[in-house]
Structures are given as structure tokens and as C-alpha cells.
Design a protein around this ligand. Sequence first.
Ligand code: SF4
Ligand code: SF4
Length: 372
Amino acid sequence: MSIESGTTEVSREPGGDQERAGFDEIHILWISEGMSCDGDTVSMTAAGQPSIEDVVLGLIPGLPKVNLYNKVLSPSLGGEDFLAPYRAAARGELTPFILVIEGSIPNQNIIEGDGYWTSFGNDPDTGEPLTLNWWIDRLAPKAWAVVTAGTCAAYGGIHAMAGNPTGSMGLSDYLGRDFRSRGGLPVVNVPGCPIQPENFMETLIWVLHHAAGSAPPPPLDHMLRPQWLFGRTVHEGCDRAAYYEQADFARDYNSPKCQVKVGCWGPVVNCNVPKRGWMAGLGGCPNVGGICIGCTMPGFPDTFMPFMDEPAGGSLSSILIKPYGAFIRRLRGITNIAVNREPKWHHNKPELTSGYAPYWRPSPARPQRGTR
Ligand code: SF4
Ligand code: SF4
């Protein structure tokens, strides 16, 4: 069996061969045949603000008409019918399109002889499987924008762990950091294991508005993540952060307190899930008792393992905050008792003791105007 192995054939010219924005109609070619569990597609179907249905049905003002090709949401029965737009795009007959990659990219070059790691359809002439790498090599240079769905596609994720046999990597490692799409964009990364549904949809909406010519390019950080979504840490949005500040730490997973001593990496992880919630605003890892294991981060999972151990930095910071936190917690406890009382003038006695004393009413306790 001979398989055409994946070699990067994309333009290395940053910003070269660009297409203007201002499209009335655009295609989204979503390939989930990277090394993955398809969890990002499943997660995306839970989005509500907006939903993928809102986008496809044209319910969002200002967006181009969107034709989505995704195997889970496809009305086709699969096979050649489903593959037709992908084959047309590879021939350069379907433009413009946004390429969405889900799953990490294996290294076909390390395979000696026949074989492949993952494939998407077959070559109609030979009947041989077409590798994911084959598709990326042909579609990425023609795509108006390239977006990753999930940490595996963004940074390699679980399949790219130390000791893996596939040489898996994220898409920008495969294409090169200087890759630019036909729209002049680098790879747009939406990490998460899986993606938070609205994080992905918001990013897609921004890219679609940009394609329509009504928005600037999405602002990305140095790891090519949307800045407005990944610019804060989990800790900065966590419901339990007040416990941390008071050095009140959970010792097991049945506690509502800060979980840093039972393995939470939230203080150093870029993710908005505690603020945004998971579905319909509900959930969000540490808010509902799950330690943050850094699933949006480039080093996930190796950097954050073993998951249930206290992070080294967490150990230091929790020791340092202890004297301040314990002292402040005690003072706040005393003040809390003091402020949990009603004012003494709230009573049903015959006299008013609230201190009410209008200046026009003579009072023996107060000198009258003009008497001094
Ligand atoms: S549970 Fe994690 S994210 Fe929340 S306050 Fe504690 S360390 Fe920070
Ligand atoms: S809070 Fe942590 S574990 Fe949860 S989604 Fe964000 S990065 Fe992943």
C-alpha cells in the first residue's frame, strides 16, 4: 500500500497572495479526522450564543451566507456526496472557504514504508486512503482562513504527549508559524479539551465578519489564541478565588473552598471558562468542583501532570499567603459578626431614637437659629 505522505506545501510568504474581504457567501470545510475524539464538534453543537444553526440559517445580521460541511451536522449520507466540496476545494474549484481542523496532525514522515496515521476519504484512482496531511497540504494554502477547533489541533494535545509514537503536533507547528491564509491570517487557535462552545462560535463569528469586510482581523495573542477570550487566567474568574485570598484551602474534593492544594492550576492557566460557564452559563471547572488541569494550554497534558498533585507554584504561593490570609480571615470574621446586627433605633418604643432632628422644629438639644 502506498500512501502519499504529508509534506508542507503552503506558501511561506507572510501576507502573500491575499484575497480581499467582503464576501457575500463563504464555505466552511470542517475536517475532524485529525488525531482526536471528535469532542470539539460535539461541544460546538451545544453553543447557544450564537448556535451553529443561527449561523447556517443566516439569522445573524452582517454575516455572509454560510455553507457548513461537517460530518456530524451533514444532511448527506456521507461517502462521495459528503466529500464532493472538499475535493472541489482541493482542485481550486470552491472558494472562498474557511478550513476548520479538529484533532492533532501526525507526522507521516516518520512512517517507514506503507501505512498512515489518520485519513479522510480515498483516492478515487488508486482506492488508497488520503491522509489528513494530504488534505491540509492542499487546502490550507487555498483557504481564506484556517481555524483550529480544540487543543489537539491547536497544540497537539493528548496525542502529542511525551512518548507518543505518532509525532503528533498542532496545526501551526505543521504549517509553520509564518503561515498566512489567503485572507492574510495566521492559524487562528481556539484551544480547549474540548472547546468551550461559545468560545469557538464567537471566534468563528469574528472571522466571518472579517470575511464580510465588516470587522478587522481577530486580535490574537502570541499563541494565536483570541485575546479577548484567553487574556485572563482561570483564577481571575474563579468563584473560589476569595477562599484563596483568605488562605482557606480544600483538603479534598468535597469542599467548596479553593482547590489549589488538591491540584488546581488555575492561577497560571489562560481560560475564561469559570467566567463564561460551560453550557448556558452553567458550570466552569473549578466553580463546580473540578480542578483546572490546563486543558487550553500548549503544554497540556504533560506540563500539568500528575493531575491530582499540588502544583509546585501553588505550594509556594499558598504558603506565602497563609499569614496574610489567615489574619485577614479572622478580622473579617469579627467584622462579619459586628455588621450582622440591626441598628439600635429599630424598635417599637414610644420615643423616636433614630436621630431625626429637622432644623425647623425647636429642640432643647439644639440651639435655635439666630439665638446666638
Ligand atoms: S480553585 Fe483554582 S482557580 Fe479557583 S481560586 Fe483556587 S486555585 Fe484559583
Ligand atoms: S478551567 Fe482549566 S480545565 Fe477547565 S476548561 Fe479551562 S483550562 Fe480546561
